[in-house]
Structures are given as structure tokens and as C-alpha cells.
Design a protein around this ligand. Structure first.
Ligand code: BGC
Length: 833
């Protein structure tokens, strides 16, 4: 069943799309039109878009600071038009308006299937220049009066890079007085102007520039430039040399033996070429491509290359930053910074999986996993509002939510959990952040259509038990070449996610006052949850499929009754401990692992998991120098080799979902009401952290939280904006105070009670952790010496991270009766010391 298509309100258009045949598959077309105006207009507005990437000019001036416009949307339904006030650029008399149009998403190679021309076979331009003279308005619009030629842009591809020959640039081509002899007539390009819309998303811009951190000469007169971190964008060069010299810039995420290793780019060539005009310094940067890179190889440089000649330009959607977190642990800070940079690198118009290889698609599951972090870090109402509008029109057309939005895959997408239910989970997450019912109202037809579609696929027991599923995608234990074959039953994952989606939709129907739907979806939610419980849960609270993902999902998605939580939580803690607190979850489970441990009262295990540095773990990539989040934990293995699967993006935000827990538990901020009018502030210190500072710009203003431990003193600071009410649960407070506070600055300082300063250890605590407590370890060593004379037990050995006293007991079933009692006594606070 399809939703009613969301109706984008289209802009009135007087122009038509124009194209230039000579530009098909080759150089980028330049379009121009000269016009006269007897007087300067009161106001001049330029509206422009393209099938391709457009760079508009008026009287020789590059208009605006948007790059990669119009970005990528579901062009057949929504093509956005940029508007600029160009009043200052129009003169009385002769004027010229024009644009260069590169291939971009519409024309060039796009998607891992290697196809071109997803939307058009050549670039096409649409432009309207409105001259408001007060008593009348003239419109200069694309049509037969335009002419076209080719110029310096010999090739441009998002994946492969740009080739620019400055000698071929028709200098002054967009200024009055230019001799346009030889420019050819344009041809009308058949494209429905009814799809033209105002942009919902902020434009893509150059956001930041980075200088090289090192330049290393290589054989053959080449240089390797390191920008110190992985970023998305391009480089700008300033060069002087003889005409006809070509400088080649190759980009990569990685070096191997001092040379670029392009493996993570797959077939994307990421190579820009600039041929000099000669006769003085020249500055150039590409406009019709972007790269995901840290390293650049410079080849063919005339003379000696110096670091000042190249700068990296960081490019992404120009969103406002809204969330920050800092802790006392530099590794955790790096992890968080890596999440931020992976978001920045992948919000280039569309939220993508990765920005570097021959892919860069709006994978729905990746965003669904990452959405709570995205909404905390940046104001994503624009980018995700636009993306959801595309999702809903494409879903309406296809009947299911495509794997990628906009959809350029050659085959239809069967519905699969985490990916398809992005239609429900993403607007729901945005509503939690911004509290705007309009977000839900707009998404509602798409949310309901997704849920009704899956409801129709349930078997007679209410289970989603057939069809394709990505499952717990990229479970580290899945076969290397079959990432969807993780150890957690894929239909269990699907049922759990569908249970959450139905609950979110039932709530949405309630919020929007759709009473008939409330009845329908509430009943469905109960049926799906009950079916899950019948099929996959034991009455005590164990899950038939005992994996960290299965337990994380049942705990996080409310699939348990209260009396089952303790059992499930204990099993999750045990599984985590057995794994040495390494990660055993994929895309579906990882976002929920630390929240589930915490919710079940195992915050210590959550911290042990966070702080683990051995592979696979959150911090392992940090120890390997990562500056972004990787697609898989072992993308680069300890010996420096790459995972052999060909899926080793070093800039993939999905696993960055862990930052949500950092914000809620380490930073301690949670919205109790959508939009943060009422919040719960309850940081839980742990993991050896001694302070954390969180700042969040909510729709009601800025919230600041900070806690700091010095010796046995705890200091907590909270600042709230007007209109926001908080319940503050003071961490490690001897009185266990829970306070209600309002706007303003609040400060508390107190001595922590001895009991909470000492970590409470149990029979499930790993030996590695016990060994760090000298008093307890001394007591335990005595017990070991008595019961296992002559056998050394090393609490620092790698396997000690996975072995607890309970597990030790399992290994020695013949152990004496008294062993358990002695071990328990050694753990008791009074016996130690
Ligand atoms: C993408 C993922 C995506 C997955 C699903 C990959 O190629 O990079 O992040 O979700 O495919 O199949």
C-alpha cells in the first residue's frame, strides 16, 4: 500500500531547461545570455538549478557561495532552485548572465553498480533572472536566446575527479563585450519544471580550510601531502609555471609505505588535474567533484612544492552545530570527535554511508542507526527534512522504502529492518529532538505506509518471518564476505525493530489525534510484541538466540516485562564479559548495546565495553590513529593491513551511534518531553572518567552540564535556559538527591560516600578488572594459592578480560565446596584490606 505522495509545492517557472549537445559525456557546458536593461532594477533575483552541478555567473562575478548546488534530491520529484539577490551585480546597459554545469549526481557515474546518466544524459541548466523595476518586471529565463560552448572543464565526475585546462577557459565569457562568435545555440531539454521546489536543506558550502601537517617528497618529483585527518571536500592549489604544465592531485584516505593506498576508494579515481595557463600565479580548486581523503599526491608540480601551495577545503551542508561533549579521557574525546567528523563528511546534501568510494549513497539503515546522534550534534531539520521528503515520494512510487534515498539502484529494494523503518524511526527521532509535530505530520503517510506494508507480510503467528533481511549487518563474527549473515537470527532482529516501529507509529497517531489509526496501530503493536515474546523469549527473560544484539534489542525496545529485565540484563552482562568486553554486535545491535547494559543496571560493564581498546572495540580505531569512524572495527587490522572485503570505508558514521550513550549517560542529558522542555539530567560517572562537559543547543536554548571529581569531591554544574525544567539526579550523592530545578545556573558540591567511591565487584566482574583493585586482588590471590597451589593466575593476561570468577568456577567443576564461598568472601569489602 502506498502513501499519498507528499506534494512538494512547485515554483512557478517561466524558463525551460536547456542543454548543449556537444557537451554530452565530455567537457562541461558553459551557457550565457547577453541582455540589455535601460535602468538598474530596484531588485534583481537570480533563480538557478540544473541537472548536474551549477556554477552561476553574472557580469563576470561568481554568484553566491554555494557549492555542489543543487545538491542531490529525488530529481524527478523534487529539484531545488537556489535564489540569490543579485541587485548589486546588474548594471544599466549591457549585462551577461550564465553558468557552467558539471555532470554531478544527475549525469555522471553514481552508485556501486557503475552506472551513469541516472537522471539525464547530459547536463542541463534552468535559470531565471527577475528584474523588478517597480512598475514592471522583466524575466531573463533559459530558452532559445541562450548560447553555449565548452571551456576549461574537460572532465568532471563526483567519483573520479575534475580535469581543468586553464588555457581553454574563454576569459571574460560571462561579461559584456565578450566575443561569443562560435558559441552554439542551446537545445531545450525535456524536464518537467513542475518539480522545481525551494530548498528545505541549507546549501552545501566550503566550511573550513586545513593546512597540510606534512609534505614528503617522493621519487619522480612527486610529493605526498598529509592534512592530518580524513575529511570530505577538495584541495585548492596556488601554482606558478609554464603554460601547459599539468599538476595531478590524487586523493586517498590511507598511505602504505609512504605512497597513497587507494583501496578504500574502490573504483573512484579521486584525481584532479590542472593544466596551467602560464604567465603568473594561478589559484584553482575543482567545483564539480568531491573527495573523501586525508592524503594527496602531487605530481607534475613546476619547481619545488611547498606546503603553502595547497590547502584542503572541508565541504558539507552548512548546518548549525548544536552538540558538544568533552571528558577527562583523550581517547573518548577522540572517539567523539571522530563521530563529529564522520557526520560532517557524510552530510553533503544527502546523508550518505561514506564519502570516498564509488558509493556515497543515502543508505537508509545507516542514517536510522545514527539519527539520534545526528540530531544532537547538528540542526538537521533541513537536510533530513529534505531527505525524508524524497524518501516518501520514492516510497509512494515504489510501494516500499528503497534501500537508498534518492534511489539509483537498478533493482527494487525488498523491505528490511533498520533500513525500511528509517521511514518511521528518523521522523520519530527528529520529533524527540525538536518537539515539532509538523515533522510527524509531514512524515505520517510514509510512516503508516511502511508499517501497513510490513503488517501485510506477517505470517499467521504475527511474525515477520520471510523475505530478505540485512539482519545485524556487519556483525564482526559474520563471514567476511557475507556481512548480513551475523549470528543473531535476522528475523528476530526484524521482529524487534518492527515492534519498535509499530509502537512509535501508534504513539505518533495519538499525538496527531488520528483516533482510528491509534486503534489500528496500537492493536498491531501489541500483536507484534506478543508474537516476538512468544517466539523468542523464555518466561524468565532469556532470549532463544543468546547474542549481545538479541539482548540489547529486547532491553532497548521494551520487549520485556519488568520481572524479566534483571535476567536479560545479567545475560547481556555475562555475554559482554565472556567477550572480554569487545564488540560482538553489528549495525542493528551496536547502537543499543551500551544503553541496554545501562538500563539493566550494568553500567560498569557498559563502561568496560566503552573503554576496551582491543579489536573489535569502540576505541580500537582510536588507538590506530583513526580520525573518523570506520565502516567496520577492523577496517585496518593491528598489522596495518586492510580488511579484505572491499568494504572498508574509513569514514562511515553508522557505528558512531555510540555517541548517543555518551551524550545521555556520560554527559547526562535526556529529553523527558520531545523538544527538551522537560529534561532529566543524570550523568553516571564511570570508566575512570573524572569529568565531562556537555553542551546542547536545544530549540529552547542552551543546556550546559558538567561534572568533575577531585579526590572524593564531586562538583556538578547545570545551566538551563528560560522555560526548561529539569530533574537532576546528582551523581554519587550521599543523600541520593533528586532535585527539580528551572532556568538559570546551578552548582552542587559534595563529598561522595565511600561506598560509591569503591566500585562494587561481583562474581561476574572480569579478572582484569579485579586485578586493578589491589586490595581485592591480594585477597583473591590468597584464595587461589590455597585452592590451586602452584598454578599462577595472571589478572593482566589478555584472557583475563573475558574471565570472571564465575567462569573460572565453570572450568574447575571438581573444585572444593569452599572455593565459591572463599571467592565471595574475598570480594566482600570488609574482607579486603
Ligand atoms: C553501505 C552500508 C549499507 C550497506 C547495506 C554498504 O555498501 O556502505 O553502509 O548500509 O551497504 O547493504
Amino acid at each position: 500500500m502506498s502513501p499519498e505522495p507528499a506534494r512538494p509545492s512547485s515554483l512557478p517557472a517561466t524558463g525551460v531547461f536547456v542543454t548543449f549537445d556537444a557537451a554530452a559525456g565530455g567537457p562541461a557546458p558553459y551557457f550565457r545570455r547577453a541582455f540589455d536593461t535601460s535602468s538598474r532594477p530596484r531588485k534583481a533575483t537570480l533563480r538557478v538549478t540544473a541537472l548536474g552541478i551549477v556554477e552561476p555567473y553574472l557580469n563576470g562575478v561568481r554568484v553566491g557561495d554555494q557549492v555542489l548546488a543543487p545538491g542531490w534530491t529525488s530529481y524527478r520529484h523534487r529539484l531545488t532552485v537556489s535564489s540569490y539577490d543579485v541587485t548589486e551585480l546588474v548594471t544599466a546597459g549591457s549585462n551577461v548572465v550564465g553558468a557552467i554545469v558539471g555532470e554531478g549526481w544527475a549525469v555522471g557515474r553514481l552508485g556501486y553498480e557503475g552506472k551513469n546518466n541516472h537522471y539525464a544524459d547530459r547536463p542541463a541548466l534552468f535559470l531565471e533572472l527577475e528584474l523588478d523595476h517597480g512598475d514592471h518586471t522583466d524575466v531573463i529565463a533559459t530558452g532559445p536566446e541562450f548560447t553555449a560552448a565548452t571551456g576549461a572543464v574537460l572532465a568532471c565526475s563526483l567519483y573520479d575527479g575534475e580535469t581543468w585546462d586553464a588555457r581553454l577557459e574563454p576569459r571574460g565569457w560571462c561579461e559584456p563585450g565578450f566575443d561569443a562568435t562560435g558559441w552554439q545555440p542551446v537545445r531545450e531539454f525535456d524536464w518537467d519544471t513542475g518539480v522545481l521546489v525551494e530548498p528545505m536543506a541549507p546549501p552545501i558550502r566550503r566550511i573550513e580550510e586545513l593546512a597540510p601537517v606534512s609534505v614528503t617528497p617522493r621519487p619522480g618529483g612527486r610529493y605526498v601531502v598529509d592534512f592530518g585527518r580524513i575529511l570530505t571536500g577538495w584541495t585548492r592549489l596556488t601554482v606558478e609555471g609554464p603554460a601547459g604544465t599539468t599538476v595531478t592531485l590524487r586523493h586517498a584516505e590511507l598511505l602504505r609505505d609512504g605512497e597513497l593506498d587507494p583501496t578504500t576508494l574502490r573504483t573512484a579515481l579521486a584525481t584532479d588535474r590542472y593544466t596551467l595557463r602560464g604567465g603568473g600565479p594561478e589559484t584553482w580548486e575543482p567545483r564539480f567533484t568531491f573527495h573523501g581523503f586525508r592524503f594527496v599526491e602531487v605530481d607534475g608540480w613546476p619547481g619545488e612544492f611547498t606546503a603553502g601551495a595547497l590547502v584542503a577545503v572541508v565541504v558539507h551542508s552548512d548546518m548549525s552545530r548544536t552538540g558538544w561533549l568533552e571528558t577527562s579521557d583523550e581517547r573518548v574525546n577522540r572517539l567523539h570527535a571522530n563521530v563529529v567528523w564522520s557526520m560532517r563528511g557524510n552530510f553533503v546534501g544527502v546523508p550518505t554511508d561514506c564519502p570516498q568510494r564509488d558509493e556515497r549513497l543515502g543508505w537508509t539503515g545507516d542514517l536510522h542507526a545514527f539519527a539520534p546522534v545526528a540530531t544532537f550534534l547538528y540542526d538537521v531539520r533541513g537536510v533530513l527534512g529534505s531527505w525524508l521528503a524524497d524518501l516518501s515520494v520514492e516510497q509512494a512510487e515504489q510501494g516500499t522504502v528503497p534501500f537508498v534515498v534518492p534511489d539509483v539502484l537498478s533493482t527494487p529494494s525488498p523491505p528490511t529492518a533498520l533500513w525500511g523503518d528509517a521511514a518511521v524511526g528518523v521522523p520519530w527521532t527528529m520529533f524527540q529532538e525538536y518537539g515539532e509535530e509538523e515533522i510527524l505530520r509531514r512524515a505520517y503517510p510514509s510512516m503508516a505506509a511502511y508499517v501497513r506494508d510490513i503488517a501485510g507480510r506477517l505470517d499467521e503467528r504475527g511474525l515477520w518471518s520471510t523475505g530478505f533481511q540485512y539482519g545485524d549487518w556487519l556483525d564482526p563474527d559474520a563471514p567476511e564476505d557475507r556481512p548480513s549473515e551475523g549470528k543473531t537470527d535476522r528475523h528476530l532482529v526484524a521482529q524487534a525493530y518492527f515492534s519498535r516501529a509499530t509502537a512509535q507509529l501508534a504513539r505518533t497517531a495519538e499525538i496527531l489525534g488520528r483516533s482510528a489509526d491509534v486503534t489500528e496501530f496500537t492493536a498491531l503493536a501489541h500483536r507484534v510484541r506478543a508474537a516476538f515474546r512468544r517466539e523468542y523469549l523464555t518466561p524468565a527473560g532469556r532470549v532463544v538466540n543468546e547474542t549481545a544484539t538479541a539482548y540489547s534489542l529486547v532491553i532497548a525496545f521494551d520487549l520485556l516485562e519488568p520481572d524479566q529485565l534483571a535476567v536479560a540484563g545479567k545475560r547481556l552482562a555475562e555475554i559482554s564479559a565472556r567477550n572480554g568486553f569487545r564488540i560482538s554486535t553489528g549495525f542493528a545491535g551496536t547502537p543499543h548495546l551500551l544503553p541496554a547494559l545501562t538500563r539493566a543496571g550494568h553500567v560498569e560493564e557498559a563502561y568496560l565495553t566503552l573503554m576496551q581498546t582491543e579489536l573489535p572495540s569502540f576505541l580500537y580505531p582510536v588507538t590506530m590513529g583513526a580520525t573518523t569512524i570506520w565502516e567496520r572495527w577492523d577496517a585496518i587490522r593491528p598489522d596495518g593491513t586492510l580488511h579484505p572485503s572491499g568494504m572498508t570505508s574509513l569514514n562511515h558514521y553508522a557505528y558512531g551511534a555510540v555517541a548517543d550513550w555518551l551524550h545521555r549517560v556520560v554527559g547526562g542529558l535526556e529529553a523527558v518531553e520531545p523538544g527538551y522542555r522537560r529534561v532529566r539530567i543524570a550523568p553516571i560517572p564511570g570508566g575512570g572518567l573524572t569529568h565531562a562537559t556537555l553542551t546542547h543547543d536545544t530549540v529552547h536554548g542552551r543546556i550546559d552540564i558538567s561534572w568533575r571529581i577531585a579526590e572524593d569531591l564531586m562538583a556538578v554544574d547545570v545551566a538551563l535556559p528560560a522555560g526548561v525544567e529539569a530533574t537532576v539526579v546528582l551523581p554519587a550523592d550521599p543523600g541520593g538527591r533528586v532535585l527539580a530545578v528551572g532556568a538559570g545556573r546551578h552548582h552542587w558540591e559534595y563529598r561522595m560516600p565511600v561506598a560509591t567511591r569503591e566500585v562494587v565487584h561481583t562474581m561476574d566482574t572480569p579478572l582484569r578488572v579485579l586485578a586493578e583493585d589491589t586490595r581485592i586482588w591480594r585477597a583473591l590471590t590468597e584464595v587461589f594459592a590455597e585452592h590451586f597451589p602452584g598454578i599462577p593466575i595472571d589478572g593482566k593476561a589478555p584472557e583475563a578480560a573475558a574471565i570472571s570468577l564465575n567462569i573460572l568456577l565453570e572450568y574447575v567443576p571438581q573444585a572444593s565446596e569452599g572455593l565459591r564461598a572463599d571467592l565471595e568472601a574475598a570480594l566482600a569489602p570488609e574482607s579486603a584490606g
